[in-house]
Design a protein around this ligand. Structure first.
Ligand SMILES: Nc1ncnc2c1ncn2[C@@H]1O[C@H](COP(=O)(O)OP(=O)(O)OP(=O)(O)O)[C@@H](O)[C@H]1O
Ligand SMILES: [Mg+2]
Length: 365
């Protein structure tokens, strides 16, 4: 999938702007606070009808203006499609092929994107919640079964915890809830295991490319419950027994002590743990490889690569990693990169791309 052009108006610090893009690699160069991230955000907004950095849509409208627009054309192997989205006090209006979509959910999904921003380093450096959120979002996108098991699990877990907080908890009731939890937990665990295995294989390939074959990345599921069976029925049986075993301790501690709400993912390079021992660049490369694995997942689902938005990733990668990243990716995936300095960019990638200079909301190709 290729975004051939966009025109934007009254979006963030942009008055009005039209840009034609390179089918492979586009680099936005500019000093701090000039509007580089705003450009990526406008592409993200065109794709998903929301921003990646704010939930308050109003912030996207240029100061003292009423309405912001982003229009663009995407081409896939089958067709060219105009997309347009606007936002004003009255809300958002989205059009596909000049026809207004009555629901945003009909609009979203025409332009697929994967975005990597500096905060994504948290996937490696942050607490386990960040990684669970990542799995939940990614798995949820692929599997409705997962999404419903997760939402049921969370509801039942909350109820169980309420019972555990009471002075004389109703054990019978908790056993009933445990019974339900076993089923939902088994689904969650098996889906997560499958998803992490797939994404781990893709990520390992990408990481090896970026590090010029010097680093072997392993992404592994670290389930809170160490289980044996990988068939659903066997796992449910195992979980029932475990939950029963833990019940007295849970009553004593007044909270649920085991379950997939305490799962994690671990990352290792050449056998050592990246969170503990990885350098800044290795941690960045790991997070990037895991995020880039999404490109392959989406292609598997949709049949086309999404467009890739990379905000500020070059500065922490050495020249070799930059070159491997941008050259290995741009031949498959249309890529948009921001950087503060042209000297950040390896000369090997200077051909077959388009550079844009961003200065105070003006962009020059
Ligand atoms: N709604 C808005 N209207 C006008 N200007 C805005 C609006 N929202 C943000 N800005 C301006 O946009 C600029 C920031 O743009 P952006 O985040 O794209 O910078 P950047 O080029 O990515 O910088 P950095 O290199 O620091 O990441 C700031 O000057 C900010 O004041
Ligand atoms: Mg920025």
């Amino acid at each position: 999938m290729i975004l051939t052009d966009i025109s934007i108006s009254n979006f963030r610090n942009y008055d009005s702007l039209e840009l034609d893009f390179h089918p492979k690699l586009n680099i936005f160069i500019g000093a701090n606070a000039q509007g580089k991230t705003n450009l990526l955000e406008s592409i993200y907004f065109l794709a998903l009808a929301k921003s990646h950095r704010t939930t308050k849509d109003k912030e996207l409208i240029r100061f003292e203006q009423e309405e912001a627009f982003v229009n663009g054309h995407i081409t896939t192997s089958y067709s060219t499609l105009p997309l347009s989205i606007s936002i004003s006090k009255k809300g958002k209006r989205a059009k596909v092929n000049h026809l207004e979509s009555s629901r945003l959910s009909q609009y979203i999904g025409h332009l697929n994107t994967v975005l990597f921003a500096p905060e994504d380093l948290n996937l490696v450096k942050g607490p386990p919640q960040v990684r669970r959120k990542f799995i939940n979002i990614e798995c949820g996108q692929i599997s409705k079964v997962y999404l419903s098991a997760l939402s049921n699990y969370q509801k039942v877990l909350a109820t169980k915890n309420q019972y555990l907080k009471q002075r004389n908890p109703d054990e019978m009731m908790i056993e009933v809830l445990n019974e339900q939890l076993s089923g939902y937990a088994a689904t969650i665990i098996l889906k997560r295991a499958g998803f992490i295995k797939t994404i781990g294989e893709f990520a390992a390939g990408i990481h090896s490319d970026i590090s010029n074959d010097s680093e072997a990345l392993k992404v592994e599921y670290a389930p809170n419950i160490k289980y044996e069976s990988d068939d659903p029925e066997g796992l449910v049986r195992e979980l029932r027994i475990l939950f029963a075993e833990y019940l007295p301790r849970e009553i004593e501690r007044m909270q649920t002590l085991i379950g997939p709400h305490r799962d994690d993912i671990t990352f290792s390079i050449n056998g050592f743990d990246v969170q503990t021992y990885g350098s800044q660049g290795q941690q960045r490369t790991t997070a990037l490889s895991v995020k880039l694995a999404e490109l392959e997942l989406i292609r598997k689902e949709v049949g086309e690569y999404p467009v890739l938005l990379l905000d500020d990733v070059l500065s922490e990668l050495d020249e070799n990693r930059q070159a491997h990243l941008l050259t290995s990716i741009r031949d498959r995936v249309q890529t948009f990169v921001t950087t503060t300095s042209i000297s950040d960019i390896n000369h090997a990638i200077m051909d077959d791309m388009k550079a844009f200079r961003v200065t105070e909301g003006q962009v020059k190709a």
